[in-house]
Design a protein around this ligand. Sequence first.
Ligand SMILES: NC(=O)c1ccc[n+]([C@@H]2O[C@H](COP(=O)([O-])OP(=O)(O)OC[C@H]3O[C@@H](n4cnc5c(N)ncnc54)[C@H](O)[C@@H]3O)[C@@H](O)[C@H]2O)c1
Length: 440
Amino acid sequence: MQLTIIGTGYVGLVAAVCFAKLGHFVTAVDREHVIHGLRENKLSLWEPDLQEMLESCRREGRLFFDTDITHASRGADALMIAVGTPSGTNGHTDLSQVDEVIAQLKQGDGVCPPLIIVKSTVPVGTCDELEANLLTAGLHTEVVFNPEFLRQGSAINDFMNPDRIVFGCRSHLAKAALHQMYKGINAPIQVCDRRSAELIKYASNAFLAMKISFANMIADVCEGYGADNRQVMQGVGADRRIGPHFLQAGIGYGGSCFSKDLQSLLTSGNAIGRSLPLLEATAQINEERIPQLLEKLISLWGNPRGKRLGVLGISFKPNTNDMRDAPFLTLLRLCYLYGIEVQTFDPVVQTTSIEGVIQMDTAYEVATDADALIIMTEWPQFAELDWVLMAQLMYQPILLDGRNVLSEETISRLLLVENVIYIPVGRPLERTNLATSSHL
Ligand SMILES: NC(=O)c1ccc[n+]([C@@H]2O[C@H](COP(=O)([O-])OP(=O)(O)OC[C@H]3O[C@@H](n4cnc5c(N)ncnc54)[C@H](O)[C@@H]3O)[C@@H](O)[C@H]2O)c1
């Protein structure tokens, strides 16, 4: 098939290379400065395997780039919209990027692909409105909704091996075209009406966010009663009705989707007179995570002003350089307010552009002379650090393990170093036992 994909961000570019790998001919469209980089195989986003796949698809002549929607969609069997849909004012979703694509199609040469596939996450009813809007310009095309469930950091693998694929469409022709597009991907396919498909995406993200906030809420109870949240959630998640995923306590969720999708669903609920209190609580628990964790450090420090905090990992999750809604940014804002100095190390994110952050080249440099360290992102290499050396390099060896990354064995060794305080999430903090510290 000939496919045109508008938007080459995390979703659009991953979809473009994956559909090209599946054997389709794909033209991906974006702004001039983005396409300029892509034509030189330069990626601004970091995602495992993406660079190699992009280069091979281009070499094989199945992936092309363009800046002109009309030109790129001429002769296409389907046009996919994968532009951003960020939070707008008053909790509403900002659909301006989607509207701009529709406006460009309407201003084109009067020819529009027979199928418009909306992959961007959009509020319920949007596809109905887009189709009606196109019709006003005489463009007879079916708008379908095909939500994307990939996770940044494992986007290619998720796209090629999804748990399910959802087609929200009206006609058999659209359904057949979507089946052809996804031929080669082995996953259950759910076909439903557009509004249900739009809601499936929001409800899925809201449920995942709710699981994380639930785990964090129980983690607080564990800390208060001396229980171990990891054990508790292992027992809870072993129930197949619940499942083990997204039950890890930590610093809370971040990233470009959960907060904005939750907000959008809340706003949609309010618009029909429903308050959706479960979602309100989910958001509130999440917002309290970082202030709560910082309070733990401050209670140990006394006066926070002038303290030096080392931060390991600043992207919102491992294997991505995406900083949108990263919990680190909340931490940073609070550190400014308290007069805490921040020095960071992240394996892929460069922080030189973030004001007030001292960026280090290694984790050991971040530890040097720090008054505390916090692990914000669970990059696997952080678990492999020499944590005894890390503690010895610190001015005050206080480690806040925001993702419970350290193994029991590492913690035991760490606690042999003088004056170490190890603060996990969801279980009580541990200190060096002075009787054993002399063994080191
Ligand atoms: N990022 C994720 O993990 C994820 C997962 C599932 C769904 N989604 C949804 O997918 C959509 C895209 O997300 P993303 O993270 O890829 O966004 P993004 O911001 O990374 O990328 C959007 C791209 O669209 C381009 N664009 C905007 N308007 C354009 C126009 N008129 N013409 C050409 N290009 C245009 C932008 O330049 C940008 O490169 C959003 O609705 C998001 O909610 C994202």
